[in-house]
Design a protein around this ligand. Structure first.
Ligand SMILES: NC(=O)c1ccc[n+]([C@@H]2O[C@H](COP(=O)([O-])OP(=O)(O)OC[C@H]3O[C@@H](n4cnc5c(N)ncnc54)[C@H](O)[C@@H]3O)[C@@H](O)[C@H]2O)c1
Length: 375
């Protein structure tokens, strides 16, 4: 028997760039990667975004004499499917682009950037691509990492790949047209990061969060919160881009939410499921003296102050337990559930019991009942 060892090192490098007026002809950001002269771009745009910016996008590429194929893609979790993945691939296959210097451009929410990222990662074994998030969920989370994927076989993100973008272009003016529910959906991921990692971010949310939601994050405090949330996310993602370490702080809120999202795909948005998980987890943490009563209260008061509606009727303890069991497989046999230790701190638990989940759900339901009694 003989063995030959193959070793190759590949550096992952991409830029996350703050920009504005992305479709103004003088802004080169969209064309700052790849060749411009005599070139083509395959551009996939969220259908709701396309309605608003259709002519601006077309004018932009026409101005730069770049031949663009612009494909509208319907957002929404129900469209994160193999069928949509394949239909984008067919469009791409009919519009040949160079493999190295004509990056695909993905403009939309987390659903679109996940699906188009998977297209880019799999077509001809990988093409460069640029992500432009247009939802808050995309802006602070989905667009800035390297995970791509589609839902498959009734499981979320069951097919996908790690495929890094060439650039991520952040233009927060896209958030102006986002519905309040989708804004709050993204805010849930900011709350996640604040509770598990950044007490200062939590303070900022307490002080300015409600006003930032009202302004669609266009005010100064909104900019500060967005920058801080993205900085914190990148700090967590960068040293562990390929998730070799399965104990990840950013998985806070992503243990019980998995089952909720799978069962209630069209009713419950990703961030809404994450927030329910955060609250159940906080109550479990409270039960273990990882959070004080006062800290737990602060988390609940913040969700209230931000005006987030909680649909606790979906919280079935057996579903949450099944979700934890599934995530334990996903995390290679250990629960590795991130839990807050004080606001801004984190520990990983591997021994959560079904009765702790039951008690946390009951406490959460009681809290909601008391809250609505007072209204
Ligand atoms: N890859 C990752 O690391 C990662 C991280 C977090 C979330 N995600 C994924 O992100 C997805 C959720 O993303 P999402 O919440 O952005 O959903 P989404 O992409 O479905 O967008 C939500 C809705 O907003 C609309 N929309 C998009 N931009 C708009 C704008 N500027 N103005 C008005 N409407 C606009 C869309 O058409 C859609 O109806 C989930 O599938 C989740 O799994 C991925």
């Amino acid at each position: 028997m003989s063995t030959r060892r193959v070793t190759f090192q590949h550096t992952i490098e991409y830029e996350v760039v703050n920009t504005s007026n992305l479709f103004q002809p003088h802004n080169w950001a969209l064309l700052s990667a790849g060749r411009i002269e005599d070139s083509r771009r395959f551009v996939v745009v969220d259908a709701n975004v396309e309605k608003i910016y259709s002519s601006a996008i077309r004018d932009y590429f026409a101005y730069h004499h770049v031949e663009a194929r612009i494909v509208a893609f319907p957002g929404g979790e129900e469209n994160k499917t193999m069928d949509h993945y394949l239909s984008i691939l067919r469009e791409l296959d009919s519009f040949p682009i160079h493999r190295r210097d004509e990056p695909i451009i993905a403009i939309g929410g987390g659903v679109l950037t996940d699906v188009v990222g998977f297209v880019a990662g799999s077509y001809r074994r990988g093409l460069p691509y640029i992500k432009v998030p247009t939802t808050l969920m995309g802006y602070v989370d989905a667009s800035i990492g390297i995970k791509t994927g589609v839902n498959f076989n009734r499981s979320k993100n069951r097919l996908g790949a790690f495929h890094s973008p060439q650039k991520v272009l952040l233009d927060k003016s896209f958030l102006k047209t986002l519905s309040r529910r989708h804004l709050l959906n993204g805010v849930c991921e900011i709350i996640k990061l604040a509770v598990i990692k950044d007490a200062g971010l939590f303070d900022l949310l307490e002080t300015h969060g409600a006003q930032c939601v009202d302004s669609h994050f266009q005010d100064e405090a909104g900019g500060i919160i967005l920058d801080r949330a993205i900085g914190g996310m990148l700090e967590e993602l960068e040293p562990n881009l390929f998730e070799e370490d399965l104990a990840r702080k950013v998985d806070f809120g992503h243990t019980f939410s998995y089952g909720l999202e799978t069962r209630y795909e069209t009713h419950l948005y990703h961030g809404e499921a994450v927030l329910l998980d955060i609250l159940v987890s906080s109550l479990i943490a409270r039960g273990r003296n990882l959070l004080s009563d006062e800290e737990t209260e602060r988390i609940f008061r913040l969700t209230d102050a931000l005006g987030i509606e909680l649909n606790v009727s979906v919280l079935d303890p057996s579903l949450l337990w099944a979700s934890l069991t599934e995530r334990t497989y996903h995390r290679n046999g250990l629960q590795r559930v991130p839990m807050p230790r004080g606001i801004g701190g984190c520990v990983f638990l591997n021994d959560i019991k079904a009765n702790e989940i039951e008690l946390a759900v009951k406490n959460l339901e009681d809290w909601i009942a008391i809250k609505y009694d007072h209204v």
